[in-house]
Ligand binder design. Structure first.
Ligand code: NDP
Length: 329
């Protein structure tokens, strides 16, 4: 019998297992135009924490007691649609469950790049697109820029590092712990900050960015954002992608260097990746080229089994992943 995770109660602060419930979905016959998909890979992403709150946002809150949603990849095992045949691999948004029944027009075929299917949930999917458009469009990163990126060992951050290098930028990454920092360096970063080493980020960044930074790709907020403000050059551009430091705490960020925005004519812009979905072809063209040229590396942290889904999700907030966090069903 198909099973799904539902949100039992809304978390206050860091979610706990008590907020989640694994429920049986039952089985029903397909209607015309529907497909049944056996999910093989499920995505957990930091933005899902926002959907657990009952607040108005760019995406609606998860409904209490209903199966949660998220990125998923699986095989069509039954079809009443002309679009997909049994055996085809598709991606869709009915994640957090082992089997999904959905209208065929809510699924997409996998792009034809030479990668494992789960890569389309990470570097070759939504997180990769976030890195690509955030860095190149929102921040307008160009050759010669010094780019600083936080959560640089994560799905988005590790892709930012590599795209920035492919574009001829100098790259400084920040990550938690020596092992992650070594991996970020192996991706081509020119300097890496271990923000858990005890040195304040503002000091550590000053030491490796002697001539300042031109671009900041923010995945974290808080102390990282403040450090970037402290070292932003004239006309620096900030792509505000995420602020994982405050997703659970909701704490106010003290920005001691905010006023530098004025004199340094810096630009700070938030964005949501879905704004760029109609330009996905550009992303696949460039990423496909860099893949062929051996310029892209990726890593995955994999939890096994649907039961492990909440643990994988919670691991995002304690640095449990290097590269993309995934669940293999
Ligand atoms: P990651 O793969 O980067 O996973 C999260 C990582 O964040 C952890 O591994 C951890 O790495 C780091 N982290 C967690 N808590 C903290 C903290 N308090 N301070 C510093 N680092 C922390 O996730 P994604 O790549 O999927 O997402 C990265 C960011 O991008 C998130 O903020 C997310 O919300 C945002 N995002 C935004 C999108 C948009 O459209 N705007 C779309 C997709 C993602 P470490 O061990 O180094 O601490």
């Amino acid at each position: 019998m198909a099973r799904a995770w539902s949100l039992k109660s809304r978390p206050q602060g860091m979610p706990t297992m008590d907020n989640f419930e694994l429920v049986e979905l039952g089985t029903r016959d397909l209607k015309d135009g529907e497909i049944r998909v056996a999910n093989s890979w499920l995505s957990v992403d930091p933005y899902m924490r926002g959907r657990m709150n009952d607040v108005k946002s760019y995406t609606p809150p998860f409904e209490l007691g209903a199966p949660m949603q998220g990125g998923a990849i699986g095989k069509v095992i039954e079809s009443r649609s002309d679009t997909y045949k049994e055996g085809e691999m598709v991606q869709h948004f009915a994640g957090w469950r082992d089997e999904a029944v959905l209208p065929a027009d809510q699924a997409q075929s996998l792009p034809q790049l030479d990668v494992d299917p789960q890569a389309y949930l990470g570097q070759l999917g939504m997180p990769g697109m976030t890195a690509y458009f955030g860095l190149l469009e929102v921040a307008g990163a160009k050759e010669g820029d010094t780019v600083f990126v936080s959560a640089a060992a994560g799905a988005v951050g590790s892709t930012v590092v590599q795209i920035a290098k492919a574009k001829g930028c100098r790259v400084i990454g920040s990550a938690g712990g020596a092992e992650k920092c070594a991996w970020v360096e192996s991706l081509g970063a020119d300097a890496v900050i271990d923000y858990k080493s005890g040195t304040p980020v503002v000091k550590a960044l000053g030491e490796v960015a002697r001539t300042g930074i031109d671009v900041y790709f923010d995945n974290v907020g808080g102390e990282h954002l403040d450090a970037a403000l402290a070292h932003g050059n004239q006309g620096a551009r900030f792509a505000i992608c995420g602020m994982i430091d405050v997703y659970n705490s909701g704490k106010a960020t003290e920005l001691r260097y905010l006023a530098r925005l004025i004199g340094m004519r810096m630009r700070v812009q938030g964005f949501i990746v879905s704004d760029y979905m109609d330009r996905a072809a550009e992303f696949y063209r460039d990423m496909g080229g860099w893949l062929k040229d051996g310029k892209l590396k990726r890593n995955e942290t994999v939890f096994d089994g649907l039961d492990a889904m909440p643990d994988a999700f919670l691991g995002l907030f304690t640095g449990g992943n290097t590269g993309k966090m995934l669940v293999r069903v």
